[in-house]
Design a binder for this molecule. Structure first.
Ligand code: 2AM
Ligand code: CA
Ligand code: CA
Ligand code: CA
Length: 266
């Protein structure tokens, strides 16, 4: 079986290399090759592709048998160990020269998330976690916020639904949540949003129509920081492509807002 100490050190090395590559491509951001994926709002740059390709190469050099799930190249291999990669989470932030994007990598072993790392290269912030061993920002252990009331909370969300061209959007739920909370933030990287809940900078985050590679690393990091992650109905199993991540203390109140919204929608 895999040695998790070695894998943790390896993960730290490759995510730093990936972060450096994103910064290198950003030097020529105006001439970056950009393609449309599904809809005209769903974009992929040559940097997304190059980072995933480099990460796959590094992983397979070190662990030739391992499985990999990545946003840009999909699923490969079949093995108890699976690396879950989002090479650039927050492509639109990245493409517009903003700092709120990340590289997200998790290692799943026999269906359990064991290791996670999320790096925000433009901020030089590295979030890491190992199952049962806590979560860290740049090596310093993190805890979620102690906000107990939704009205005191600053939350984040995203609109992957709209970029995916789906008719069901997050907008009605957003309108329902907004007056109940202190304020909203919209960074554009699901992975980083979860990490910011983990570090207490945010109190919660919700989004629908995201994918496992957007949130796998962030979920482990948030849980290890004492937070709670569920689907919109409070279920702990993943996740009909929807996620609510909070400090735990405001989870019930968030779910009440979301639930009443779901009821009126259906
Ligand atoms: P990306 O930047 O890696 O594509 C923010 O709203 C979240 O939605 C990010 O994790 C973003 O990931 C994801 N996202 C963006 N476009 C999407 C689409 N068309 N379908 C699903 N998720 C998307
Ligand atoms: Ca994408
Ligand atoms: Ca993503
Ligand atoms: Ca991505």
């Amino acid at each position: 079986m895999i040695n998790l100490n070695d894998a943790q050190a390896f993960l730290r090395d490759i995510i730093k290399e990936a972060g450096a590559l994103t910064l290198q491509y950003r030097e020529n951001i105006k001439t970056l090759r950009v393609e449309q994926k599904g809809t005209d709002k769903d974009l992929v740059t040559e940097a997304d592709q190059a980072v995933e390709s480099m990460l796959r190469q590094r992983i397979l050099e070190r662990y030739p048998d391992h499985a990999i799930l990545g946003e840009e190249e999909g699923e490969s291999g079949a093995h108890a160990c699976r690396w879950i990669i989002d090479p650039i989470d927050g492509t639109i932030s990245y493409l517009h020269g903003q700092y709120q994007y990340s590289v997200s990598i998790a290692l799943e072993v026999n269906g359990h998330l064991e290791l996670a790392a999320v790096l925000a290269p433009a901020l030089d912030d590295l979030y890491t976690a190992r199952r049962g061993q806590g979560a860290f920002l740049n090596g310093v252990q993190m805890r979620v916020s102690n906000t107990t009331v939704l009205g005191d909370g600053v939350l984040s969300t995203g609109f992957a639904c709209i970029r995916a061209g789906l008719s069901e959007t997050n907008l009605p739920l957003f309108c329902s949540m907004m007056p109940r909370i202190r304020d909203i933030r919209r960074g554009g990287s699901a992975a980083l949003d979860l990490c910011m809940v983990a570090s207490g900078q945010l109190d919660g985050y919700w989004e629908k129509h995201i994918n496992l590679y957007d949130i796998a690393a962030g979920m482990l990091i948030l849980k290890e920081a004492g937070g709670r992650v569920s689907d919109y109905r409070g279920g702990d199993d993943f996740l009909p492509q929807e996620i609510l991540g909070t400090n735990g203390l405001i989870h019930r109140e968030c779910m009440d807002v979301i639930k009443s919204f779901i009821k009126t929608e259906t």
